[in-house]
Design a protein around this ligand. Structure first.
Ligand SMILES: *Cc1c(COP(=O)(O)O)cnc(C)c1O
Length: 386
């Protein structure tokens, strides 16, 4: 492959922002103290840096800093929110991330709670009446903010209002939404919210769970016991450089969100318009407007996405379910939309991000269009459909 590589897989991970790295660097070198060692300067300066970062993470989602629990990432935050809640019932959605679905399956298997998985409409949204119908006493509702495959953004404030009215606890996995679209845990009546640093240009292996402290105070049982760090909710020596970088990344995401979202949306629309003007039988997966600005998920009928990705060597994309890479089955998200298997297998997820340029998008349009045309020439089904 000649030419520069193009990265369009920002839902899988994002590069560390150089400005976040710069903030982290002293904490990787001379400032090595343990944030729990408050009896000396080395520890105190580390503890102070963690608290500064905590304020920045909280500011991104409208929380108080005392409500932020640092974890190893959104997977752990989802596990803590779901397995750590004392409830009899969990209402979740078929299109959730495996970190949520598998945590729910785990408590279901253990006989700790009944789990209800609600369906989505063909554009990936949930029906609020269905959520309302499923609420009982001691219920946790876990609905992701934005989907990692199709980018669809649920009506989070409306779900929050339903939960508040019925006294249910509301958890949202915001790994894809945080830093991309505005989040206000108070205005949206969210009780628990999962975030991951590496999805917003911070480091891998660091994240947070927002745990509401007031009206109501949410009680969780920790998954990891030990020194009682993070209000006893997550023991273990804090990853100070990772947390400092996470704080810096959250601050950058917050201040640049509006302009970056507009830029990405323009590029994303250019990509979609470019593809559909050059190709027939291409369909958009997920709601056309209620989606992340940097997300496009497209099915190219009569083309196997795996073959398309091979033809597009040098362009980092994702087919089907990115988070369960080893599996050959089509994505559970696309199947939940009601896509037939052939269209689910013909889908590509384009994830645009901070480094994406218009030149890259134009290159991708041309390369995808010519690869699809070539592959379809080999397809008797495509010929028959014309
Ligand atoms: C990436 C992702 C996760 C997992 O986050 P990690 O920090 O990598 O553990 C969970 N949920 C969603 C929606 C994601 O996109």
């Amino acid at each position: 492959m000649t030419g520069p590589r193009i990265y369009l897989d920002h839902h899988a991970t994002t590069p560390l922002d150089p400005r976040a790295l710069e903030a982290m660097t002293p904490w990787l070198t001379e400032k090595f103290g343990n944030a729990a060692s408050r009896e000396h300067d080395f520890g105190r300066e580390a503890a102070d840096a963690v608290e500064v970062a905590r304020v920045k993470v909280a500011a991104l989602i409208g929380a108080d800093e005392s409500e932020i629990v640092f974890t190893s990432g959104a997977t752990e935050s989802d596990n803590l929110a779901i397995k750590g809640s004392a409830v009899d019932r969990v209402v979740t959605v078929a299109t959730e991330h495996p970190a949520v679905l598998d945590s729910c399956a785990s408590i279901e298997r253990a006989g700790r709670a009944q789990v209800v998985r609600i369906k989505v409409t063909p554009d990936g949204l949930i029906n609020l009446d269905e959520v309302k119908r499923e609420l009982r006493d001691r219920t946790l509702v876990s609905v992701m903010f934005a989907n990692n495959e199709i980018g669809v953004i649920q009506d989070i404030p409306a779900i929050g209002a339903l939960c508040k009215e019925r006294g249910a606890i509301f958890h949202s996995d915001a790994a894809q939404a945080a830093g991309k679209v505005p989040i206000d845990v108070r205005a949206m009546d969210i009780h628990l919210l999962s975030i991951s640093a590496h999805k917003l240009y911070g480091l891998k292996g660091i994240g947070a769970l927002y745990v509401r402290k007031r009206s109501p105070r949410v009680k969780l049982t920790p998954l990891i016991d030990g020194g009682g760090h993070e209000h006893g909710l997550r023991s273990g020596t804090l990853n100070v450089p990772g947390i400092v970088g996470f704080g810096a990344a959250c601050e950058l995401a917050r201040t640049e969100m509006k302009s970056e979202a507009e830029r990405l949306k323009k590029l994303r629309d250019r990509l979609w318009n470019g593809l559909r003007s050059r190709l027939d039988q291409v369909t958009l997966n997920g709601h056309p407007e209620k989606r992340l600005p940097g997300n496009l998920n497209v099915s190219f009928k009569h083309v196997e996405s795996e073959s398309l990705m091979v033809a597009l060597e040098g362009i980092a994309l994702s087919s089907g379910a990115a988070c369960t890479t080893a599996k050959a089955e089509p994505s559970h998200v696309l199947r939940a939309l009601g896509l037939p298997e052939d269209l689910a297998r013909a889908s590509i997820r384009f994830g645009l991000g901070r480094g994406t340029t218009q030149d890259e998008i134009d290159t991708v349009i041309e390369r995808v269009a010519s690869a699809v045309v070539k592959l379809r020439k080999l397809s008797p089904l495509y010929k028959a459909s014309r």
